[in-house]
Design a protein around this ligand. Structure first.
Ligand code: G3D
Ligand code: MG
Length: 176
């Protein structure tokens, strides 16, 4: 871990209820998985310091919208000042994939072309997958986002996803 913080970035987690937003943050920050989260109310604010190659110490302020995903009026406030976001769907629930356009639009209305990273979560449930990798990849390309499959349960790709997004954000910020 680092003592010196060179950058502070705000990251939001977007996506329908129960796709695994809180579980992903918990996995990343604590490296643990719990099966019995209470649905989060309001907004969870979490912080993780990390070192990113070429940039030094970075403090990520992670905003996890909880329990009120359906209230569009809250999105603007939640997204204010975000440097980038994860757009998350549950690979076993097609309807969460179908709602992605909506989340991306909200983000773009508020934050323009700042970086987004698409996450297909719950990849551990491999026999229940409803969205093919090729389809999600194509969707990500169309929207100029990176795409990563994750499992908050096993931890697969979770750290990779966070570091990838933070790196992309810093690449953009340092160009400004
Ligand atoms: P949310 O914050 O987006 O609303 P949560 O989602 O993190 O609360 O997760 C919703 C449910 O999905 C939880 O189960 C959680 O344990 C489960 N979950 C999250 N990520 C994964 C994953 O990668 N794999 C599997 N198998 N399950 C996951 P419950 O049963 O508590 O509703
Ligand atoms: Mg939650």
């Amino acid at each position: 871990m680092t003592d010196q913080i060179d950058y502070i970035v705000k990251i939001c987690l977007l996506g329908e209820a129960a796709v695994g937003k809180t579980s992903l943050v918990y996995r990343f920050i604590e490296n643990k998985f719990r099966d019995n989260y209470k649905s989060t109310l309001g907004v969870n604010l979490l912080k993780k310091d990390m070192v990113i190659d070429g940039y030094g110490g970075v403090s990520a302020q992670i905003w996890d919208l909880g329990g009120q995903e359906s209230f569009k009026s809250l999105r603007k406030l939640y997204l204010e000042g975000a440097n980038g976001a994860f757009v998350i769907f549950d690979t076993t629930k097609r309807n969460t994939y179908d709602k992605l356009d909506d989340w991306i639009l909200s983000f773009k209305e508020s934050r323009g072309e700042r970086p987004l990273l698409l996450i297909g979560n719950k990849i551990d449930l491999s026999d229940k997958i409803k969205v093919e990798e090729s389809e999600a990849k194509e969707y990500a390309e169309k929207n100029a986002m990176q795409f990563i499959y994750t499992s908050a349960k096993t931890g697969e790709n979770v750290e990779k996803a966070f570091k990838e997004l933070v790196k992309t954000i810093l690449d953009e910020v340092s160009k400004e």
